[in-house]
Design a binder for this molecule. Sequence first.
Ligand SMILES: Nc1nc2c(ncn2[C@@H]2O[C@H](COP(=O)(O)OP(=O)(O)O)[C@@H](O)[C@H]2O)c(=O)[nH]1
Ligand SMILES: [Mg+2]
Length: 369
Amino acid sequence: MTEKEVLQKKLEELQKEYSKTKHNKATNVHLGILRAKIASTKKKMVERKSKKGRGFAVKKTGDATVTLVGFPNAGKSSLQKLLTSVDSKVADYAFTTLDAIPGMLRYNGASIQIFDLPGLIEGAHMGKGGGAQIASTIRVADLLVFVIDSGNPQNLYTLIKELNDLGIHAGRRRPEIRVERKNSGGIVVENPGHKVPDKQSVAKVLNEFGVYNCLVHFLSDSSEDELIDCLAENDAYIDALVALNKIDVNGSYMQVKAEIEGVTGMQVIPISALKKLNIEELKSGIFKALHLSRIYLKPKDKDPDYSRPLIVREGSTVVEVAKKLHSDLVKSLKYAYVTGKSVKFRGQKVGKEHVLADEDILTMVHQNN
Ligand SMILES: Nc1nc2c(ncn2[C@@H]2O[C@H](COP(=O)(O)OP(=O)(O)O)[C@@H](O)[C@H]2O)c(=O)[nH]1
Ligand SMILES: [Mg+2]
């Protein structure tokens, strides 16, 4: 047997045992360890793949990247066509087994790359081929938009599970757990005021990952699963929202929306790609979910350029904006003047580390002017 086959077999056996085990209080730790073993086996499989150089990266251009995820026929291609303009077609990408078709959405001055990614359901599972490629394409996204036929909402839960199996957690925050490896001292758990698994379970999980000495610092309430996710470092946490499509033919879509929001906590935007309903709301929802800020640059004694904002991540500082413009500008930057939501009055003088807000007007002052 090849190494790949050994890992595949081990994974199948673990998953079989996991599904056979009854879930109750007495089996909790055992199940947790099985999950840890499954996670570490998957991690080894992914590592094998990347060592062989088979992973590929999708080229990111623009200010952010969004991937449309959905079942065949959900309306991904129709939606992508509506969101992106034909004249902004980006260069073709060569994929070996699937086609991820990029397009560019221009919104609020931002260029947002939108991928239409067919094939998640058809060949997503690890080992079936294509799964690792799909996973690596999804991983580069800043936001996932699930395109769901409102007549088949259960498809969303299937997709979330498929992604989970690929180590991708859609619409979930990365658990705040710091694992500091040490040379001795055993497993030490710090959990100031947070609800976390008992020390014995924590130690068992860590041992499963080959860690015997470390400080585990829980910074939020965390489950055993989340500790496992954290140790299986290949896992990705990506924001997500739901475009609930085909509302033109489904009268009960508001009920479906409420149900999905209740179960997943994700924002749901009802649309019709065919009848072009609510597309502007979806664009705005995408922009908001990406947490981008528009910064209008104002040269000294001139008007700001409102037509071409600089697009940065929410929470960016003055010096980060300078860096994005040109690395040379960082060194000469002295201070700045800001008008907008991040300051108390117009033209307020701020330092390099000042955190900017969406639609701030910024004038940078450099050493040589
Ligand atoms: N009634 C209705 N049909 C739609 C809507 N959006 C897409 N469709 C239809 O659904 C079919 C599949 O659409 P397509 O965009 O190719 O889906 P994809 O497989 O996810 O890319 C096509 O026949 C579309 O015309 C919608 O909002 N309402
Ligand atoms: Mg399509």
